[in-house]
Structure formats: C-alpha cells, structure tokens
Design a protein around this ligand. Structure first.
Ligand code: NDP
Length: 263
C-alpha cells in the first residue's frame, strides 16, 4: 500500500533516538522531507549526519528543547524557511518517570506535568498555523498505554498520560474544521535506549537480550512475547500521519503487543 507520504513535510520532536529516530528514517524512506530536533548537540549530530549523507537537504536537524517556547518557535521558523511549511507533526519528545505516589514530591508532579503537556502544547501551537495551510495535515501524539493501564511505580507519568489522551481528543475536535487530523499511539514497552541500559544492568550470567526480553514480556503480560521494536512504533506513527489514514481522527492505536493488565 502506498501511504501517500511522498513530498510531504514532517516534523519529529525527539528525533535523535529510539522511536523518533526510527520514525524520521521511515518518513524519509517514504519520500518526506523531515525536520527533527533534540536537546543534546552531540546526539543530534550523530543521528542527523548519516541521514543527511543519505537524503541531503531533505533532512533538517535543529537543537530544540520542546519545553522552551522560544526554541520551539525558532525550530518552526527554521522548518518554514527550509521546507516552506509542514504537513505532519509528530509529538514524540519525552521520557517516563519512575516513582510511586509515596516518593513523588509536589515539585516532581509539576515537572512531569510540564513535560507531558507542554511537549505537546508548544510544538502544536507553533506548527498549527502552517499545518492549517496543508491539504494533508496530521498531528500524531506519541503516548503510552499507561494512559489506560496505570502502573503504581510510574504514578505521575500514568496519570498525566491519561490527561494527554484527553488533550489529544479535544485537539482532534477543535482542529477538525481546520482539516488537521489528530491521533495518538499508546505504546507498551518498546526496546529503545532505556531498555538496553536496563538489560545491561539486570541481565544475569550470560542471559541474552532475547532471553531477558522474553522473561520481561512474561512478567508484563505482553502476549506477543517480546518487547516492541522502534520500527514497529514508527510504522504506526507513519500510517496515522499519512494520507492513507485520511478518515481517522481522534483515534488512539495501541502498539503494545496485546498487553492487558486489567483484563
Ligand atoms: P528515547 O530516550 O530513545 O528518545 C527520546 C528522544 O526525545 C531523544 O531524541 C531525546 O533527545 C528527545 N527529548 C527528550 N526530551 C526532550 C525535550 N525536552 N525536547 C526535545 N527533545 C527531547 O525514548 P523512546 O524512543 O523510547 O521514547 C519516545 C517517546 O515515547 C517518549 O515520549 C517516551 O516517553 C514515549 N514512550 C516510550 C516507551 C518505550 O517503551 N520506549 C513507552 C511509552 C512511551 P535529547 O535527550 O537529546 O533531548
């Protein structure tokens, strides 16, 4: 199936690692121009260098902290200057916070609120006027299954993920008359940098990554029996962002290997 992405202009926040990088690569391979951002200059260059070598000026990489409104506006301006606008915004930047209710201080709740909400609000606000001009505009919010199935060791992240689902739904309703679609993916465990680090720290006596992942998958109730791959999350993002999903808005797609903690 042709997703119809050829020639579209995509923005991927947090595109220097894991799911964001896999998404940038897939969108480039599908013929999009892609702008990606991250905070760390070295990581940005490490990710963007090979992409530029392969795709030249179709790649724009900018340092930008999505929590800094001025930096997001500057990123937007750079995208418009290079590509003339944007058709796709993937709100991917972020990370989870491991903490129970007992050990989440008020300040940490505030930090997590800022990260989860403003990583969506700042880029969406900055790019919405240019998305509205596109004939094929889509926002994809990268969210977590924790929004529906909270885990007590990630209490703040879980609660705020639920709020982000609610926000995405409201945006889909408000933006529909402007012909900007908004959808979310709800991720289970995807094997990105953080899980590689946990494997290295936790694996015992010659345990391979596959063996460790199978054990973890069993503990977590992942029916498919392994962690997800960044490319699998990227495929769902690319579909929802593409004209192939032109009748889909306000939806959320679980990319979680069938996890069902409360079934
Ligand atoms: P990675 O840590 O591999 O990648 C995160 C990316 O976001 C990096 O490029 C990082 O670059 C960037 N980033 C983080 N904070 C900011 C910021 N404030 N401004 C701009 N860029 C930022 O994570 P994943 O690929 O695993 O995760 C991608 C998204 O999916 C995240 O939002 C994560 O919370 C979510 N998710 C992931 C799950 C998983 O199992 N992997 C499960 C559920 C949700 P830099 O640090 O240089 O800024």
């Amino acid at each position: 199936m042709d997703l119809g992405l050829e020639g579209l202009r995509a923005v991927v926040t947090g595109g220097t690692s894991g799911i964001g990088l896999a998404t940038a690569k897939l969108l480039l391979a599908e013929g999009c121009n892609v702008a990606l951002c991250g905070r760390d200059a070295a990581r940005l260059e490490e990710a963007a260098g090979p992409l530029r070598a392969a795709y030249g000026d179709r790649v724009l990489a900018e340092r930008c902290d999505v929590l800094d409104k001025a930096q997001v506006e500057a990123f937007h301006d750079a995208v418009v200057a290079r590509f003339g606008g944007a058709d796709i915004l993937v709100n991917n930047a972020g990370q989870g916070r491991l903490s129970t209710f007992a050990d989440t201080a008020d300040e940490a709740w505030g930090d997590e609120f800022r990260l989860k909400f403003f990583s969506v609000i700042h880029p969406t606000r900055a790019f919405l006027p240019t998305l509205e001009k596109s004939a094929s505009a889509a926002v994809v919010v990268v969210n977590s299954l924790l929004a529906r199935q909270p885990e007590p060791h990630m209490v703040a992240t879980s609660a705020l993920r639920a709020g982000v689902q609610n926000l995405a739904k409201s945006m889909s309703v408000e933006f529909a008359p402007k012909r900007v679609r908004v959808n979310a993916i709800l991720l289970g465990i995807v094997d990105s940098g953080q899980w590689q680090r946990r494997y290295e720290a936790q694996a015992k006596g010659g345990e391979t990554k596959e063996q460790w992942m199978a054990k973890l998958a069993k503990e977590k109730g992942i029916l498919i029996g392994r962690l997800g791959r960044p490319e699998e999350a990227a495929a769902a993002i690319a579909f929802l962002a593409s004209p192939a999903a032109s009748f889909i808005t306000g939806a959320s797609l679980e990319v979680a290997g069938g996890v069902s903690r409360f079934a």
